[in-house]
Design a protein around this ligand. Structure first.
Ligand code: PLP
Length: 297
């Protein structure tokens, strides 16, 4: 199944609209059931560079539940390239649903120990000049940000005062900052615990120029750390589904939605704000939950 950019839509969220603040969400998750909406955008210019440079294969890094890995496998196959995923840790049996999908899309998996995984430069060096195009973990980099900046051209986003997204590596946020209008405020919700270098990492992906939209990163909504999903988060996801018919994932978008509800309740946004949330996808990650945990899949 191909990615369907025409499926993307803007959904109003009445239960996230308080007083005269109105909230909409951009549903990038509708691009594909398995491939994360934002990963698709982040990979686009890496793929173009790989094709232009006559590389035959894409390679990248990730964990066993990585949205980036499965998106890379899918995108490579669509572009007619081979792909290899370097996976942190040991092979498990059964395979995680994520890696199962990646293999189905033709990706070769190489398992590397946690120590080796930390030294990505050394892994990349083993394949030097081999026709392999490397993408960094999570698609981090300026080409990734450039791809993410195209997210705001999907529809007319000029009337929003705030654009709010979940943040892992910060690549998507850096792209949105570049594409936003100077009066728009970006808010990133970090899903990592105590990742205080994040703001600097986002800045490293931005051009040195005046007039960029400003951004802030909120650090208090990680729910215990990356991929942690306590019962109160699961209950919030169930409630959001019942109220808005909006599916969210346990790693990123549930924490984004929770944060926005909390910030709204604490008058974080000035009166009259118009919020655009980015649903960046990731729903495939929910497949790691016991079946029946969520009322949607
Ligand atoms: C990867 C991912 C993010 C984070 O994107 P970064 O560019 O790494 O900050 C957010 N949401 C989903 C669903 C993702 O898969």
């Amino acid at each position: 199944m191909y990615a369907k950019l025409q499926n993307i839509k803007v959904q109003p969220l009445p239960h996230f609209s308080v007083g005269d603040t109105q909230t909409d969400i951009l549903r990038l998750d509708l691009v594909h059931p398995v491939v994360s909406g934002n990963k698709w955008y982040k990979l686009k210019y890496y793929l173009a560079e790989a094709l232009a440079g006559n590389y035959h294969s894409l390679a990248s890094f990730g964990g066993a539940y990585s949205n980036h890995i499965v998106a890379t496998a899918f995108a490579a196959r669509e572009a007619g390239l081979a792909s290899t995923g370097y996976i942190r840790g040991e092979e498990t049996s059964p395979l995680s649903p994520t890696l199962g999908n990646a293999m189905e899309y033709g990706m070769k998996l190489e398992y590397v120990s946690r120590e080796t995984f930390r030294n990505t430069e050394a892994i990349m060096a083993t394949t030097a000049n081999n026709g392999i195009y490397w993408v960094r973990e999570g698609g981090f980099g300026t080409l990734g940000a450039k791809g993410a900046s195209d997210i705001l051209s999907v529809t007319d986003t000029s009337s929003y005062s705030h654009i709010i997204c979940a943040v892992g590596t910060g690549t998507m946020l850096a792209g949105l900052v570049q594409a936003a209008l100077p009066h728009q405020q970006l808010v990133g919700i970090s899903v990592l615990k105590n990742h205080f270098g994040l703001e600097q990492e986002v800045r490293s992906l931005l051009p040195q120029k005046e007039g960029l939209a400003s951004f802030t990163i909120e650090q208090d909504f990680h729910f215990g750390g990356y991929a942690k999903h306590p019962q109160n988060l699961i209950r919030f996801m169930q409630e959001t589904w019942v109220q808005e018919r909006l599916p969210t994932d346990i790693v990123y978008t549930s924490k984004l939605l929770f944060a926005v509800k909390h910030l709204l309740a604490h008058q974080y946004f000035p009166a009259g704000s118009r919020l655009l949330l980015i649903h960046s996808g990731g729903l495939q990650g929910n497949a790691s939950l016991p079946s029946g945990t969520l009322p949607f899949s």
